[in-house]
Ligand binder design. Structure first.
Ligand code: HEM
Length: 406
């Protein structure tokens, strides 16, 4: 393989991650001008240090100018996408982030911990006697969505509908999920309506939940208006759902491929904290986020012009030989583990990182403690997307561990 063979766009996804291409880029062209089919191009960034530097310099690398997706957006699309916190630059970003962070305090996540653990247990209760299941739908997809619904305060009977809506909203490149733009908008409107109802309720009758924290949050006399609240919840559905689901999928795949690491976790459960970080590094469920250069600049000798697209490849950064010892090895005791799965730091660092960590740990602990000899019951089907590193379906079979059978 040489640099002429590099193609990181959708045509190559839907299969295993292109580790060989990433390794070549890190070695020979860490700031690589990548062509797009429409004649446009972007800079593909594959080294860990560069992902950190770009993420932490939002003056030079904007999320707002061209949005955070690789594809060039029309002005109309951009105007809409800039209503989401992900596609805002400071100072606008700062104001909104200060308000919404009020819903994600460590206290709030600690309070949710009990619910997370109980729900994870129930999800496994539902499949343990069957000996086989479709892992994505029956296990991985459940907890992240349940927790978002729980946080919004939706009645449990409406959760399946929320699941459908969230799939429509995301509209991947994958034909199986492809929703028309109209369908996506209708899904958003339905979510907005739900959200309005719950927000109104919590304004007059606050509870100890994230919605109450958000509607009452005030910074310097400012509050979130209805539109901001709505858009924030759509962002949560998009940002918090697929990402965590796929991280759990990849963690399961990793444990099936590395039974010795499962044995280690059973024998020495004190490794769970490092294990979750390794699952995050290994699974890297978002392929990339994009920035747009606000001025001419230079990176590793390459001249980046104002207006150029700059795309950070998190999976590549997470396998960078300069940062990780033996990076292609899955090691639940790995320490240090400075992965960039939640972004490279800076103002957009993932707001749901601790929630995601708790969810991943709760589900994977249940599996390690209660399942024996988990094995594939068919090949996993990968998602066609140049944004989400996804698995759509992964049939597995397993035995219940002796304690369960007793
Ligand atoms: C394994 C699971 C997750 C992964 C891999 C992930 C990944 C990321 C990444 C890479 C970013 C940075 C975007 C950028 O730099 O432009 C981000 C931001 C964000 N994430 Fe996550 N995320 C996960 C789970 C969650 C969860 C559970 C939530 C909430 C329920 C969430 C909410 C957010 C929000 C609101 C932002 C935007 C923050 C801002 O712009 O200030 N994420 N996430």
């Amino acid at each position: 393989m040489n640099l002429d063979d590099i193609d990181l766009l959708a045509s190559t996804w839907g299969r295993e991650e292109p580790h060989e291409m990433f390794a070549l880029l890190r070695r020979d062209a860490p700031v690589f001008r990548h062509r797009e089919p429409d004649g446009d191009s972007f800079w593909a960034i594959t080294k860990h240090a560069d992902v950190l530097a770009i993420s932490r310099d939002s003056d030079t690398f904007s999320s707002e100018l061209g949005g955070t997706f690789i594809d060039t957006q029309t002005d109309e699309m951009l105007a809409k996408s800039r209503l989401s916190i992900l596609n805002m630059d400071p100072p606008k970003h700062h104001q909104l982030r200060r308000l919404v962070s009020k819903g994600f305090t460590p206290r709030m996540i600690t309070r949710l911990q009990d619910t997370i653990d109980k729900r994870a247990q129930r999800i496994i209760d539902d499949v343990i006697d069957r000996g086989e299941c479709e892992f994505v739908e029956d296990i991985a997809a459940k907890l992240p969505l349940e927790m978002i619904c729980e946080m919004i305060g939706l009645p449990e009977a409406d959760w399946p509908r929320m699941f459908e809506l969230s799939n429509k909203l995301i509209g991947f490149d994958d034909p199986e999920y492809q929703a028309s733009p109209e369908e996506g908008e209708l899904a958003a409107i339905e979510i907005f309506t739900y959200c309005d109802r719950i927000a109104n309720d919590r304004r007059s009758d606050p509870r100890d939940d994230i919605m109450s924290a958000l509607v009452h949050a005030e910074v310097d006399g400012e509050r979130l208006d209805d539109l901001e609240l709505n858009l924030f919840f759509v962002t949560l559905v998009v940002a918090g759902n697929e990402t965590t689901r796929n991280l759990i999928n990849h963690s399961m795949l990793a444990l099936m491929q590395h039974p010795e690491e499962v044995a280690k976790l059973r024998a020495e459960p004190e490794h769970w904290t490092t294990a979750v970080e390794e699952m995050l590094r290994w699974g890297t469920s978002i392929h990339n986020f994009r920035r747009t250069a606000t001025r001419d600049t230079e990176l590793r000798g390459q001249r980046i012009a104002a207006g150029d697209k700059v795309v950070m490849y998190y999976m590549s950064a997470n396998r960078d030989e300069d940062v990780f010892v033996d990076p292609m090895r899955f090691d639940v005791t790995r320490q240090p583990n400075d992965h960039v799965t939640f972004g490279g730091g800076g103002v957009h660092y993932c707001l749901g990182a601790n929630l995601a960590r708790s969810e991943i740990k709760a589900v994977m602990q249940q599996i390690v403690q209660r399942f024996d000899d988990v094995r594939p019951a068919g090949a996993p089907r990968r998602l066609h997307s140049d944004f989400v590193n996804g698995i759509k379906a992964m049939p597995i079979s397993f035995d219940a561990r002796p304690a369960e059978r007793a």
